[in-house]
Design a protein around this ligand. Structure first.
Ligand SMILES: Nc1ncnc2c1ncn2[C@@H]1O[C@H](COP(=O)(O)OP(=O)(O)OP(=O)(O)O)[C@@H](O)[C@H]1O
Length: 264
């Protein structure tokens, strides 16, 4: 479903600010895989997500989605394959537009042809049914401006907009990190429900190790532009935070030093 082959990215090459952000990244996701990604600050997590979304192009390597080479496909064309939720709850939705208008934009951007034909009442019913899955009563507030929603409600809506058209790949970029604990828990629960309901192929970056262990069937750890550890679905259910810390120490010969990575 997703293939990253020998992805390399160097920023400011040949200057004193040269930074190897990704160093030979190879990753394969089968349909329905849900991979959580952890790693210290500057490990290359966001750069890797941006390579998949098309916001960045690799210096070398191939990005393939669903068997199609999309390495040179611009971001706006690649969006048909992708749903993405960012850390900032304000980033995924338009505040001056209503819930229905926001859903309509996401729907027309990503929905398959058969869905797109639905208009008027039929489409509104589809939106209502989708919103009911959030259990936030938003299905009765279709005409409310999104700017009036709380951060948690807004992030739930962003999550729904990123998933309800069943994208080939769902990218979650620390999407609970800016929320208070109870709202983060709500979004974590919804993520689990929505991803499982449609068996979505998902990549989730998180600094919360417990969340990385609780969600998904696989886990990867990144450091200094490399994937240094891949945990498969047989091993992941029994894994603990001390195991992950010990693995890092074994591989790198030093203690993990990111305080944020210990949260949770
Ligand atoms: N546009 C850019 N120009 C120059 N350097 C960059 C750019 N984007 C990222 N980098 C550098 O590349 C490295 C990887 O950054 P990236 O943002 O991918 O890390 P990350 O794992 O997402 O970190 P964090 O957890 O702190 O968000 C860092 O050293 C960063 O400073």
């Amino acid at each position: 479903m997703l293939n990253l082959q020998q992805i390399n990215k160097i920023f400011n090459e040949g200057t004193p600010d040269e930074k190897v952000a990704l160093n030979d990244i190879n990753l394969h996701l089968a349909p329905g895989d849900f991979v959580t990604i952890i790693g210290s600050n500057g490990a290359g997590k966001s750069t890797m997500m941006n390579m998949i979304s098309g916001a960045l192009t690799p210096d070398y390597g191939v990005v393939a989605i669903d068997g199609t080479d999309v390495t040179r496909l611009p971001e706006y064309k690649r969006s048909q394959y992708l749903g993405r939720v960012f850390q900032d709850p304000m980033a995924g939705t338009a505040p001056s537009m209503t819930i229905e208008e926001n859903l309509a934009i996401a729907y027309s951007r990503n929905a398959k042809r058969t869905l797109r034909r639905g208009v008027g009442r039929e489409r509104r019913d589809f939106f209502r049914t989708a919103l009911e899955r959030l259990h936030l009563n938003l299905e009765n507030r279709l005409n409310a401006k999104v700017g009036l929603l709380s951060g948690g409600e807004r992030q739930a809506l962003s999550l729904l907009m990123a998933t309800f058209t069943k994208p080939a790949i769902l990218l979650l970029d620390e999407h609970t990190a800016a929320l208070d604990p109870s709202r983060a828990e709500l979004i974590t629960r919804l993520t689990k429900e929505l991803v499982e309901a449609d068996n979505l192929t998902t990549l989730m970056v998180t600094h919360n190790m417990q969340q990385a262990l609780d969600l998904g069937n696989r886990l990867i750890m990144m450091d200094k532009g490399q994937i240094i550890l891949q945990i498969d679905e047989e091993t992941k259910p029994n894994l603990t935070i001390p195991d992950l810390m010990a693995e890092f120490e074994r591989i790198r010969g030093e203690k993990m030093n990111s305080d944020r990575a210990l949260l949770g």
